[in-house]
Every structure is written in C-alpha cells, then in structure tokens.
Design a protein around this ligand. Structure first.
Ligand code: F6P
Length: 336
C-alpha cells in the first residue's frame, strides 16, 4: 500500500483546506494511507506528522486557512535541514509527498529531490497567481473578490467625500490581483509591476492622470489600485508624495492579510478539488517533480522547474482593457 504525505507551505490561500480534503479522500479511495505534515516544511524538519482520516477532512471544504497550518521555513533552506526532512520522510516510509503552495514552496521541492528519492507533486496554492503551469492558482479568485468587495465599500465613502484613495494590494512581485481587482472595481488607475517601467519616472504621469481626471469630472472620487512592493514605504509613503505634489489629500488603504482570509469561493473550491484528485492520480501514474494545474480548462502536468523559472505573464487582454476603459487615458498614454 502506498503512503502519501501532504503539507501546505508559504502564504496560506483560501481553498487549501478544500485541496487537502480532496487529496485525502482520493488517496483513501485508491486504498493509500495519507499523512499530513504540519506547519509547512517545518513539519518535515521537526517530524510533525499525523495520520489523516476521512473524519478530519469532513466539512472543511468551505473553510479558509489550512487545517495543516502553514509557515515559511528557513531551516529547510539549509543542507542539514533538508537532510533531516528526507530522513523523516524515509522513517515514516512515505512514498510520495504533495506540497500545496506557491513559488518558494515548489522551489523547496526541487531542493528536496536532491536528497529524497520519493515522488514529489506540487499543487499551486497562492493568492498571488504567479505560477506558470496553471491559469489560476488556488486562492487567487477568492482573494480578488475580497479586494473588489473592499474597493466597492471604499468607493461609497470616496464618493461621499470626493476623495482620492490609494489601495495597496498583495501579489508579492506580480500584479494579477491588482489588475483583476482594479478592472472589476472600475478603479481610475491601476499600478502593477508588469505594466510599469519605473515608478519614479512615471510619478509625473500618475499625477497628471489624477489632475486630468479631476479637470474632466470636477472634484469626484478617484481610486488608485497599486501592487505592493513598488515604492519604498508602500502606499503610505507614495500617497503622501501624491498629496504633497497634487495638493489634494490622497488617503492610503493597505488591505494586507485580509486578502488571504475568508471562505474560498465556488471557483477555488472546485479548482482545489480537481487539482487534489489529479495530484493523487499523478502519483498513482508514477509522476514526480511535476506540478498539477489547469490550462484552458484542461488538467495539466508541468515540470516544477518550468513553473518556477518561467515568469507567468499577466493576461494581455486585461492589460489592454485597462488602457481603453479609463477616462482621461490620453494623458497617461502620452506619458508612457
Ligand atoms: O505569497 C502570498 C503573500 O500573501 C504575498 O502576496 C505577500 O507578499 C506575502 O505572502 C506576505 O507574506 P507574509 O504573510 O509572510 O508577510
């Protein structure tokens, strides 16, 4: 009988529980034993292992967070840490390990493969959506909806006070959340890494855009969605710069970890369930060092190295839309 283990690693994402459930139920369906390691790769290094049962995964499909807990693990970046992890996997006679996580977690699998001979299958789970090999990562759609909901609420108060808000969203180095949520909420401006050459150089354009929109519409609300990590000090500092340069108050809102929480939406529950089943099937079929994903509605297997080494582009249709649906866009395109 095969023994499969699963862990969740890195930033948690809505739908991770749905995915754990799917892995456990599918493994049991095939007559495998399934174990969970807690706290991400720390669980491998510290040997925090537990047998997972059907009972434990009942009624978790709708829950945010992760039953197995998650963490980042500095020990796993050391040779001694990885060797210890491999030793614990062997001691527990694990044949295959499934890791649900993002870019860093999948890189961890590549390192582990140098010291451990078992099968390794990755499942893309991150709100950032920054993994090649799947159109969507588990959690991205839910996080985007959370952001849209927050911006809709901000719009009410922004309209009432005719204020400018700068909303900073997560995404690490990628702009998927910013672009999608900005378009869906009708933000006046979206600033995201893939659409930006140098924010310092483009600051003037940003200011002109705000000013031209105000000339066109008079004093009215104006929402800028900006990806994190684009400006030292983030939206707090950049909104201060805008306030000083435009002479109109710009308020920062940092949505932060709210974006990682909450019940997964239907899309993420279904994606997580499909990928969980497919991951166990991939193990059954003898695959290793592959990530399961979904591309154009087809379930796919892609080498983990390709998933982490090829930068995933943002949807060009969305970035083109951004340029077309904005008022006073002329000013911005003249600038860039
Ligand atoms: O990768 C998910 C993510 O939420 C990123 O969007 C963000 O940059 C990072 O994790 C935050 O990590 P932490 O919770 O460790 O501060």
């Amino acid at each position: 009988m095969k023994r499969i283990a699963v862990l969740t690693s890195g930033g948690d994402a809505p739908g991770m529980n749905a995915c754990i459930r799917s892995v456990v139920l599918t493994a049991l369906h095939f007559g495998y034993q399934v174990y969970g390691f807690r706290h991400g790769y720390n669980g491998l290094v510290d040997n925090e292992i537990e047998l997972l049962t059907m009972q434990q995964v009942r009624h978790i499909i709708q829950k945010g967070g992760t039953l197995l807990k998650s963490a980042r693990c500095s020990k796993f970046k050391t040779e001694s840490g990885i060797k210890l992890a491999a030793k614990h996997l062997d001691a527990a006679e694990i044949d295959a390990l499934i890791v649900i996580g993002g870019d860093g977690s999948l890189r961890g699998m590549m390192h582990l493969s140098k010291y451990w001979q078992g099968q390794l299958i990755g499942i893309p789970g991150t709100i950032d959506n920054d993994l090649s090999g799947s159109d969507n990562t588990i959690g991205f759609q839910t996080a985007t909806e959370t952001v849209i909901d927050a911006i809709d609420k901000l719009r009410d108060t922004a309209d009432a006070f005719e204020r400018i808000f700068m909303v900073e969203v997560m995404g690490r180095d990628a702009g998927f959340i910013a672009l999608s949520s900005g378009i869906a909420s009708g933000a006046e401006q979206i600033i995201y890494p893939e659409g930006l050459k140098d924010i310092h150089q483009e600051l003037d354009c940003i200011i002109q855009h705000v000013e031209s929109a105000r000339k066109l519409h008079g004093r009215s609300s104006y929402i800028i969605v900006i990806s994190e990590n684009l400006w030292p000090g983030g939206a707090y500092d950049l909104s201060q710069v805008l306030t000083e340069q435009i002479g109109i108050e710009c308020r920062p809102v940092i949505l932060g970890h709210i974006q990682r929480g909450g019940c997964p939406n239907g899309f993420d529950r279904i994606l997580a369930t499909k990928l969980g089943v497919f991951a166990v099937e991939a193990i059954k079929n003898g695959h290793s060092l592959m990530m399961v994903g979904e591309i154009s509605n087809e379930l796919t297997l892609t080498a983990i190295s390709d998933c982490v080494n090829n930068k995933k582009p943002v949807d060009k249709k969305l970035s083109d839309i951004q340029a077309k649906v904005f008022d006073s866009v002329e000013i911005l395109s003249n600038c860039t």
